[in-house]
Design a protein around this ligand. Structure first.
Ligand code: WTA
Length: 651
């Protein structure tokens, strides 16, 4: 697929779209020339208690990084998500929920959602939660997860949603880091016909840390008997039943935290990125409507799990702020069979469908038959996010799922950016399969080449952004220094994304992937250091190095080079044991795909592992290792190459 395949915007689509090509040019230019005026106008999408007069106060200078948007405005986020829709939508569906078991579904109207949120907000208050307190949410994709998030923000508490597929160890670190006052979980989760022992994992997590939560709120999902600590543990159903159904919203300042979300970085400790209220809501509400060209009454389905930023911004906050009906699906695309997603699209008449390339690649393998069984004619816009989408998968998605008529909005952004950075707006931007296309309003991308020079025109480099945008994370919880060091020190005056990218002759951006020690497995970020510390804690392991390698379905897979302690033998059994060990300490998403034994790892004389070489070997590229003169023991590389060649049967 040549880079310049251009799929034009259909004239009928553009005619009805919120933003057509001319509007994109005009608004983008305005957003650069006059960010204050542009975002003041955008801020009208949100109901303020006191509208902001101060719009943008930001600095990316390394010695003074500060980011404030709409600083003197006050508002309540849950009022924007709920109360303001009641006059027109009270009895319309807010959530269409599909259970893991195809026989199970629920509809929650706006009125019901409002009632549930108010009750839980009051119940949390009764448990001692107030403004500025942290609440960790460890729930599967059930309506209660949305209730929990909105209940927190109604009373000014800060939610920290942790992916329910994470292990108890991963959960423990995240509860301790934010010193959560309350943990909200479920007895069990249902996934692909299996049960996840969430309460047991939560208990194990809480036992393992010094920090004590005051309470654990437990949603009854499966009804299975679970351990229950009287006094500390509370049944969600009981406390919400007993609570008053009216909870006055707390007036918050635009720069008060709304939520935190942990993401892996290039050290072993996950970063708790802090998102604040006003800027996040303005940017997310307006960008979601524009990138999916949402029309009132449409049904939106983002397949991401609630534990990721994709779900925060564009499964939950974006649509809910706009009063859209959202689909929540508890299960997996392959159970009971590989037509599950398509059957849900048909059943719920989904209009906007938003997923990740890894899922498309996996479902593509099954061919078109599972799709053809279903009527997908309700679809109007498709989205892709989380990793670069290869043109093959793009074209299949476009033709087979979108029937050739639905634009694909491949949107590039991050936990740190909070909202979209690069995207083709569906009524404005001709599509190039595989390109994240053009900057969103207010976004100024800059590519820096290897010499640290800004690239002009077409070229490749490290992707940075030259000025602030409202949904940007403000800091890392309790570690502002790390925030500055990670994102603002590498290219002074710029935010550094950690990704490499190309800009083509038409000004389209193509994301190449991470350039730091982070690998993107099925759209999920995993820090190699985090993986190495999990592997390294196995009693047989002396040392390890983890790199990503190209993987047909996952985009990148986890490749671990492991050196054992002298007294242990290199057996397949031990390999399996290490794999199980990593799954237990991080979660199944971190499962190593390949473990290769190594007598030693290639290091420079300062003892630093040369990952560049290991990455090439993992990709079966055995030449051009670049400068190897810094290697302390050059023969180590030959040995690793030899073993790799043997493993893949190539000489
Ligand atoms: C990658 C997810 C290519 C990228 C919203 C980024 C993408 C990381 C795209 C952030 C895309 C995300 N094309 N790569 N459309 N979207 N990425 O924080 O490497 O979970 O840095 O946010 O995913 O992952 P995160």
């Amino acid at each position: 697929m040549a880079d310049n395949t251009l799929i034009p915007v259909a004239a009928e689509f553009a005619a009805e779209a919120h933003i057509d090509a001319a509007a994109y040019e005009r608004l983008y230019q305005w957003s650069l020339d006059d960010p204050e005026g542009f975002w003041r106008e955008q801020a009208k999408a949100i109901d303020w208690i006191r509208p902001p007069t101060r719009i943008k106060e930001t600095s990316f200078a390394p010695d003074d990084v500060h980011i404030r948007w709409f600083a003197d405005g006050t508002l309540n986020a849950s009022v924007n998500c709920l109360d303001r829709h009641l006059a027109t939508k009270a009895d319309k569906p807010a959530i269409l929920w599909e259970g893991d078991d195809p026989g199970e579904s629920r509809t929650v109207t706006w009125r019901e959602l409002h009632d549930k949120v108010n009750r839980l907000a009051n119940a949390l208050k009764a448990l001692g939660v107030g403004k500025g307190d942290f609440v960790t949410v460890y729930l599967p994709v059930i309506p209660e997860v949305l209730v929990a998030m909105l209940a927190c923000i109604r009373i000014g508490a800060v939610h920290s949603v942790v992916f329910s597929g994470f292990s108890s160890e991963a959960l423990a670190g995240r509860v301790a880091d934010c010193r959560a006052k309350v943990l909200i979980t479920a007895d069990e989760g249902h996934r692909g016909g299996r049960r996840l022992p969430l309460k047991r994992q939560a208990d194990a997590a809480l036992e393992s840390i010094a920090h004590k939560v005051d309470h654990v709120v437990v949603v009854r999902r499966s009804g299975a008997p679970v351990p229950f600590t009287p006094g500390r543990d509370q049944w969600y159903e009981e406390i919400t039943e007993a609570a008053d159904p009216v909870c006055p919203p707390v007036e918050m300042s635009a720069e008060d935290p709304l939520f935190i979300l942990y993401t892996s970085g290039s050290t072993g400790k996950p970063k708790g990125l802090v998102h604040t209220t006003g800027g996040y809501l303005v940017h997310v509400a307006t960008s979601w409507k524009n990138i999916f060209d949402y029309k009132d009454g449409e049904v939106h389905w983002c397949t991401a799990d609630v534990g990721w930023v994709t779900a925060h911004s564009y499964k939950i906050y974006g649509p809910v702020l706009n009063g859209a009906t959202i689909v929540m699906f508890e299960g997996v695309p392959t159970w009971p069979d590989t037509s599950r997603w398509w059957s849900i699209i048909e059943k719920l008449k989904v209009n906007i469908f938003y997923t990740a390339p890894t899922a498309i690649r996996a479902l593509m393998r099954d061919g078109e038959a599972p799709v053809r069984k279903h009527d997908l004619s309700s679809l109007r816009v498709l989205g892709s996010v989380g990793e670069p989408i290869n043109p093959d998968a793009w074209l299949w998605y476009h033709r087979v799922i979108g029937g050739g008529r639905c634009p694909i909005v491949d949107n590039y952004w991050q936990t740190e950016t909070g909202a979209v950075m690069l995207v083709p707006l569906p009524g404005a931007t001709p599509l190039k399969p595989g390109a994240a296309a053009k900057p969103y309003f207010g976004i100024r991308p800059v590519l820096f080449d290897a010499a640290g020079q800004a690239v002009t025109g077409a070229g490749t480099g490290n992707l940075c952004f030259a000025d602030s945008w409202p949904a940007q994370a403000r800091t890392i919880l309790r570690d502002h220094q790390r925030f500055v060091q990670t994102y603002f020190a590498p290219y002074p005056g710029h935010f550094f994304s950690g990704d490499g990218a190309k800009r083509d002759e038409d000004g389209y951006y193509w994301i190449a992937g991470r350039v730091d020690d982070v690998i993107n497995v099925s759209g999920h970020r995993l820090g190699t250091v985090e993986l190495e510390s999990a592997i390294g804690s196995h009693p047989a392991v002396a040392e390890s190095a983890v790199v990503g390698f190209p993987h047909e379905i996952k985009g990148q897979g986890v490749f671990a080079y492991v050196t054992l302690k002298a007294e242990f033998a290199e057996t397949d059994l031990l390999r399996q044991e290490i794999v199980a060990w990593v799954r237990k300490s991080i979660g199944p998403i971190a499962t190593p795909d390949v473990i290769q034994w190594a007598h030693a790892l290639p290091k420079n004389r300062a003892g630093k592992i040369l990952r560049r070489i290991l990455t090439k070997i993992a990709a079966n590229d055995f030449e051009n290792f670049g400068d190897v003169t810094t290697l302390a023991e050059p023969e180590v590389v030959g040995d690793i190459v030899e073993r790799r060649r043997q493993a893949i049967g190539r000489r």
